[in-house]
Ligand binder design. Structure first.
Ligand code: ADE
Length: 226
């Protein structure tokens, strides 16, 4: 799978996507993340990619021309299935969306910056607008990293134990159950007896119950969505 990211701050994306699972996914050839600097398509030799907004107001707007040139050039080479724009007014990102996007082969993510991108680019090129939460970040780069991580780990073969993503929180609209490791007794705090009983069916049943209880308690709206 190819995830291409267009940004004015490539440095912000390098570290989060080059460690741990994302690094392994790329080393295994299952995921190719490429980061493109929008300034390559700047309108002048000073690297200009933004300008003042019509109608007045503080903050710069990312211009049509560099974005349009970059998207056309990259899309001609890769035929993206989705051209995603990260923005606080996009659709809220969730596990369902991560699952859907993990089935694609070629994605382009455009990171918003300053006061965002010219509306005409949104109208004519963007196929999906994603927010990672109801708060405003300084730019879309961290959102793009989060989206890439959530998608990348779902690609078959990326996780060591392929089934493990199936048991993640949210995968079936349930939070994950509590987990424990050795020792069975720490400071007199015991691991639940059932996890030591060796009966996998009973353990699975208990974990499911715990998931439902935890979801009811912490995120009841997830149960109501079913
Ligand atoms: N850019 C700034 N804030 C954002 C958010 N919450 N989600 C996605 N992109 C953003």
């Amino acid at each position: 799978m190819n995830i291409h990211i267009l940004t004015v701050l490539p440095e912000l994306l390098e570290s989060p996507l080059n460690h741990s699972i994302m690094k392994r996914a790329q080393e295994k050839g299952l995921l190719q993340v490429e980061i493109f600097n929008l300034r390559k398509w700047a309108v002048n030799e000073y690297g200009q990619i933004d300008d003042y907004q019509y109608g007045g107001g503080a903050g710069m707007i990312m211009m049509c021309e560099p974005l349009s040139k970059a998207i056309n050039e990259l899309n001609n080479q890769h035929q993206y299935e989705e051209i995603i724009y990260t923005t606080p007014d996009g659709d809220l990102f969730d596990q369902k969306e991560a699952n859907t996007l993990s089935l694609k082969k070629n994605l382009l993510i455009i990171c918003g910056h300053y006061k965002g991108i010219d509306q005409r680019i949104r109208d004519h090129y963007i196929t999906k607008e994603i927010s990672i939460g109801n708060y405003v970040l300084s730019g879309g780069e961290l959102a793009a990293a989060i989206i890439t991580d959530a998608i990348g780990r779902l690609i078959p073969g990326v996780l060591n134990n392929e089934t493990s993503a199936l048991f993640d929180s949210f995968q079936d609209d349930l939070l994950a159950p509590p987990v424990y490791t050795r020792p069975a007794d720490f400071n007199g705090w015991q691991v639940p007896e059932i996890l030591l009983c060796g009966n996998q069916n009973k353990i699975d049943e208990w974990r499911h119950e715990q998931s439902v209880n935890r979801t009811q308690l912490k995120r009841p709206e997830l149960l109501k969505e079913n």
